[in-house]
Design a protein around this ligand. Structure first.
Ligand SMILES: *Cc1c(COP(=O)(O)O)cnc(C)c1O
Length: 349
């Protein structure tokens, strides 16, 4: 990847635009402790959240940068990964002109955001063992292909993509490779984070919604080169991550032991459920998983889905997804919930 220049990928209007300058952007270098802030039309009476939040979320980024061994300027935070992904479309994909490539069956938001942004979504199915078909993918690339989305471990299949195929794509595609690592903390495979310096076209997204147990606060994270992050920073809404979210994220990020123990517990429950599923008569296939869910193929997904609902258990029916006929996706719950699920599965026939 020599001569990679992010400016060749940025939309013309984004290159030309001036970012919104928020009141606080101008004061980040001052010692603000004794200052009187009459600049942002806030209510002056303190209640903890009467001020606008830090637009650069410096405290959260400082902790993440340390934990992930990157620079704070290689991090962009968003209102969930969904916002981060949307910003990637808006920065790099010209509506009605550019295209992206996704690999179904995969996370639905890439396609939704492509539609929303009027960007063509070229779908190249995964192989039968749910791996990227690299040659087909590269054949689908043209001069307007801006982003290839790789979800690894992949939702809803649960597997991660082979290192060789990801490397081949990183080396041969001149646009951005986004690796969505929402489930990386449940996998034994290494994150792609330590490859950021090797590949200027690599973008990694992670989230506090799954392993970190904070789906409710909406915090998505994008790691990339400082050059890519500065483009995204330029177009993000100034106060996209609210104060309560920043505070709660900080608190949780500093509780590494608790997070680790919850992840271990989820993995333990996953392994137990995998063992039990082997003996359930209507389960025809159990797909290998490196995530906090298991994809199974059953005799009749619609029927089994309805039966479980009737027993008070909601799972995800994936039968309409390509390569996923009659599959169900089971999220790993607590030990108690897992026990109930197992009991119900064993009673059905
Ligand atoms: C759950 C999930 C996310 C998380 O999205 P947030 O908006 O951060 O909650 C991202 N990508 C994939 C593939 C997911 O399954």
């Amino acid at each position: 990847m020599n001569n990679f220049d992010i400016n060749n990928l940025v939309r013309e209007n984004v290159k030309l635009m001036k970012p919104y300058s928020s009141a606080r952007d101008e004061f980040e270098d001052f010692d603000t402790a004794d200052m009187i802030f009459l600049d942002a039309n806030e209510n002056p009476f303190q209640n903890g959240v009467n001020r606008y939040p830090d637009p650069q979320q410096s405290n959260v980024k400082k902790v993440l940068a340390k934990q992930k061994e990157v620079q704070p300027n290689q991090i962009l935070l968003g209102n969930g990964s969904d916002e981060v992904l949307d910003l990637l479309f808006r920065a790099f994909c010209e509506p009605n002109t550019d295209n992206i490539i996704t690999l179904p069956p995969t996370y639905g938001m890439y396609g939704v955001l492509a539609n929303l942004n009027a960007v063509e979504n070229r779908e190249i199915l995964l192989s039968n063992d749910f791996q990227p078909q690299v040659e087909q993918i590269l054949n689908a690339v043209d001069k307007n292909t801006k982003i290839i989305f790789l979800c690894s471990p992949n939702n809803p299949t649960g597997n991660s993509f082979s290192e060789e195929s990801v490397i081949e794509l990183l080396e041969n595609f001149k646009g951005l490779i986004v690796i969505d690592e929402a489930y990386i903390d449940f996998s034994e495979k290494k994150s792609w984070m330590d490859k950021l310096d090797n590949f200027p076209n690599l973008v990694i997204t992670q989230t506090l919604s799954k392993a970190f147990g904070l789906a409710g606060i909406r915090l998505g994270i994008c790691y990339a080169s400082a050059a890519i992050i500065s483009v995204l920073n330029k177009i993000k809404p100034p106060y996209n991550v609210n104060e309560l979210t920043q505070l709660r994220a900080l608190e949780r990020l500093n509780d590494a032991e608790k997070i680790k123990s919850e992840i271990l517990s989820i993995i333990k429950q996953r392994e137990q459920l995998l063992k039990v599923l082997v003996d359930i008569k209507f389960v025809e296939k159990i797909y290998p998983t490196e995530a906090n869910f298991i994809l199974i193929k059953v005799d009749d997904a619609n029927k089994r889905y309805a039966e479980l609902i009737a027993k008070g258990i909601v799972i995800r029916n994936r039968t309409t997804q390509p390569l996923c006929e009659n599959t169900l996706r089971l999220t790993i719950g607590t030990g108690e919930e897992n026990k109930k699920l197992i009991q119900v599965l064993q009673e059905l026939n």
